[in-house]
Design a protein around this ligand. Structure first.
Ligand SMILES: Cc1cc2nc3c(=O)[nH]c(=O)nc-3n(C[C@H](O)[C@H](O)[C@H](O)COP(=O)(O)O)c2cc1C
Length: 210
């Protein structure tokens, strides 16, 4: 059993749902998982106290939440010296258009370039459109963005694109990585036959970076 830290940032809550699911799955593998929403002072949280870490965030206007970028930058040494994963949630990953899906991969690379840390495992997942939670202006903007990505422009309802099987597969792959690197397998109670496919991508959702 290992201790796994999951620092994350979320704006409308979809990344929180994704990391909850990953945490549940890793606990089924026998690990102890702590979820920490990074808001203001990333120095309060120390990656060095944990055996492994998964950093998670989402994309807004082409950027990751600045607080999680600052966190990864500040803790890059500790992140680099233990098994690590990076989870990104975006609308680009939900698109059928290869160019839009390529944008999601580009955002991941930008995160690594900006922070100086490169994760061992990457999960790029499709997020959600929650029109019901947007104000009038944001609903208008998101409708325009949706037109060129998922095509879902009916603002009277919400849309969730996350492929939960792909999220489970990412967690299973991360459990394997921890077992391989730390030599401490969890008490696996999970049938791991899920294929790591992305929600709307030709490339695997979870891809080994090293
Ligand atoms: C104001 C706003 C801007 C967004 N900009 C982008 C973007 O540039 N690229 C993209 O792929 N997704 C974009 N999205 C979609 C979000 O990444 C998606 O809704 C995701 O589920 C949000 O996750 P969160 O709820 O954890 O913050 C945007 C969403 C909002 C509300």
């Amino acid at each position: 059993m290992s201790t796994i830290l999951v620092p994350y940032a979320t704006s409308e809550g979809q990344t929180a749902r994704v990391v909850d699911r990953i945490a549940d799955r890793l606990r089924e593998h026998g690990h102890t998982v702590e979820l920490v929403q990074i808001e203001r002072d990333p120095a309060d949280v120390s990656t060095a106290d944990y055996d492994a870490v998964i950093v998670a965030c989402s994309i807004h206007t082409g950027r990751h939440q600045p607080e999680i970028v600052a966190f990864a930058e500040q803790q890059r040494e500790a992140l680099s010296s233990r098994p690590s994963g990076f989870v990104q949630v975006s609308l680009s990953a939900a698109s059928d258009d290869p160019e839009r899906r390529g944008e999601a991969a580009g955002y991941v690379e930008e995160f690594f370039a900006e922070t100086g840390w490169r994760a061992d495992l990457v999960g790029s997942f499709a997020g959600a459109l929650r029109y019901s939670e947007y104000n009038f202006l944001l609903r208008f903007v998101m409708k325009r963005i949706a037109k060129s990505s998922t095509g879902d422009t009916d603002t009277s309802r919400d849309y969730e694109y996350t492929d939960w099987d792909a999220v489970d597969a990412f967690a299973d792959d991360f459990a394997d990585l921890v077992a391989e690197r730390l030599g401490v397998p969890g008490d696996a109670t999970v049938a791991t036959d899920a294929t790591p496919t992305s929600a709307a991508d030709d490339t695997p959702a979870a891809s080994p970076e090293r």
